[in-house]
Each structure stands twice: as C-alpha cells, then as structure tokens.
Write a protein of this length. Structure first.
Length: 145
C-alpha cells in the first residue's frame, strides 16, 4: 500500500472531524445568541442537521474521487458540489414556502449562517489535503533518464 493510499482514509476522517467541530462551534454561538427561544432553537437544530449532513457528505464524495482517473476525479468534484448544495437548496425552498414555524423562526437565515463557515472550512481542507509534488510530474527538471 502506498503512503498516499494509507493517508487517504485518515485525511477523510480528519476532515469529517474538522467539519463537525466547525459546525459545533457555529451551533454553540447560535444557541447562545437566541437564549431560551424554543422556536429559534428548533430552527437552529433543523439548519444544523441539514448543513452538517450536506457538508460531510460533500467532503466524503470529494475525497472518494481523489487519486482516481481524470473522469472520476471530475465527476467526484461535480458530485461533491451537488451533494453539498442540493440538500441546502431543497431545505431553503421548503422553509420559504412554510406558512409559519421554521420560516418565522428564521431557519433560512440559519441555513445560510451554517453553510458559509462549513463551505469555507471545506475549501481550506481541500487546499491542505491537495497532493504535494510537482504539478507537471517532474518534467523539465533537467535530468536525463
């Protein structure tokens, strides 16, 4: 097994842990800001569940496609974007057509408030987990083979 193949599952799990921690901090801040308002707390839990599921699922799909062929890598990147965005848009659409309840409690705003830090964290993780080395495979190093 190559060092890259060994590192792949560990980086995936580390990314899940970092995303979960980011969500926990965001939920903690949101929970403290609403006090004891149970409608707001329900909206926070709804938004955190959707955003957390979408973010972690997108991260896992994106990691799964790493180190595979070009078509799979491209499909994985597009798939991870879809998996990350589709539940959020569906939940946002559902909340906005509600007559009361979650809409009045501000669930749409909480969806966005949780999505943005999770997206920023995901982007940072992607940059940090990028394969190291020369992007051209070592071509042009001046060495004769």
């Amino acid at each position: 097994m190559t060092p890259q193949a060994t590192r792949q599952p560990l980086m995936t799990l580390a990314g899940v842990a970092v995303l979960a921690t980011t969500l926990a901090v965001a939920v903690g801040i949101a929970w403290a800001s609403v006090g004891g308002d149970q409608d707001q707390q329900q909206a926070i839990l709804f938004a955190a569940t959707i955003a957390g599921f979408a973010s972690v699922s997108g991260w896992i799909v994106g990691r799964w496609s790493r180190g595979r062929g070009p078509a799979t890598a491209m499909a994985g990147g597009l798939g991870s974007t879809f998996v990350r965005l589709a539940p959020m848009l569906a939940a946002l659409g559902w909340v906005t057509v509600q007559e009361s309840g979650l809409r009045d409690a501000g669930a749409a705003g909480w969806l966005v408030a949780f999505y943005l830090p999770l997206l920023a964290t995901d982007i940072l993780l992607m940059v940090l987990a990028a394969p190291r080395g020369r992007p051209n495979g070592g071509a042009g190093t001046g060495q004769l083979t």
